[in-house]
Design a binder for this molecule. Sequence first.
Ligand code: BGP
Length: 480
Amino acid sequence: MAVNEKRFPEGFLWGGATAANQMEGGFHEGNKGLNIADVLPGGKERLKILANPGFNFEIDKSKYTYPNHEGIDFYHLYKEDIALFAEMGFKAFRMSIAWTRIFPNGDELEPNEEGLAFYDRVFDELRKYDIEPVVTISHYEMPVNLVKEYGGWRNREVVTFFERYVNAIFNRYKDKVRYWMTFNEINSGLVMPIMGLGFSIKEESDRYQPTYQAFHHQFVASSIAVKACHEIIPGSQIGCMIIYAPTYSFDCNPENVMFAHQEERHFNYFCADVQVRGHYPAFIKRYFKEHGIELEIQEGNLELIAKHTVDYIGFSYYMSRTEKKEKTPEEKGQGNIIGGVKNPFLKASDWGWEIDPIGLRNSLNKLYDRYEIPLFVVENGLGAYDKVEEDGSINDDYRIDYLREHIEAMSEAIEDGVELMGYTSWGCIDLVSASTGEMSKRYGFIYVDKHDDGSGTLDRTKKKSFFWYKDVIATNGEKL
Ligand code: BGP
């Protein structure tokens, strides 16, 4: 075959990605319980809370607004939205199940029928258009009750509650959902434990023993989910989901090269190594030793982790990261949200996320070199301010350019030999930002009339990128 004769394989899963807490709204409807995203305020305050110690997981409406409570009201408007996804030709739709719709407090014995019935309706609607649901089991939506009463993932009992939750959803949706993922961006717990691990760092020492104990519980929970998924839904595929940001050395100083390598291994690979290869990697054992971390590992845990590894790697890709061992005070905080220093070769989005399409080809190759299992780009996209013109149109050429370059990079990686299952770009319909709780940080092909101050009609409008992406899918990526 000539190079790029056909860029993407038949059956490639083109689509879009979302998460329940950022779009559903209806936060008290259908007996849903409170989850972590429900207690995180909107606006730039959220980043401060995520970065600073001691968050109490309480709602305080006298001080803050809570945009996730209404989201974009997908809870009521899902039929209209799914019809728009179908119009774009989506083959797949990534969404999450809100744990608190199924087990409102997390520790009940029986699932909540209203919650189960809601997702039945959503999956049926997707199936009506032959759109494959790709479902994240836990996307920053842990029940607040498990945080407050049990201490989040630090507590072994949470694994039992999670097991009950996954059994309930696998049994209920076994005929409707074939593609699953365990924890969204599991490695984000290293930098944002509130969202990922369900606890707030209070003392510096919390970053060691409690953090890695919480990860261990998630790894056990992940293997329990993989085992149950394969047993209950024959032919299903279940993946892990990590944030991947290839980490460059700032220069060829060996000190910096080694530092960048260590950062990359720890942040990008630690979790995937356990979930894909089925054991703790050597480098993390040294880290544990140096930081006095001694995991409590129950009998049979390591065998379970070794036996029930994931089928594919889902990952989010937004940016690369550039690292330097010694950073001056000016350089600190100049890099991306996940750290590092400014890369002089790259431009950044309005939120400072450095745009690097070659980094995606690099990521796909590095992941495939290391693990040799199928990959799935389940998040990628450009958060940008959109302008509605007087005639109502939204000409988001900047978004089209960003996506085109990243899709080109994927086609190069496929040509390099990488097995790539699909591409679901992030926030295919505008939704609440996870890191800042803003509506104005938009990713969608579909504009939603909802603003940071909570105003707006919630009307949906097709952006220019909507028509562009429709063509991309119709030509299986030939026309970019
Ligand atoms: C990922 C999360 C998503 C999503 C996306 C964009 O980290 O999995 O939930 O929101 O990033 O980030 P943001 O919304 O902060 O722009």
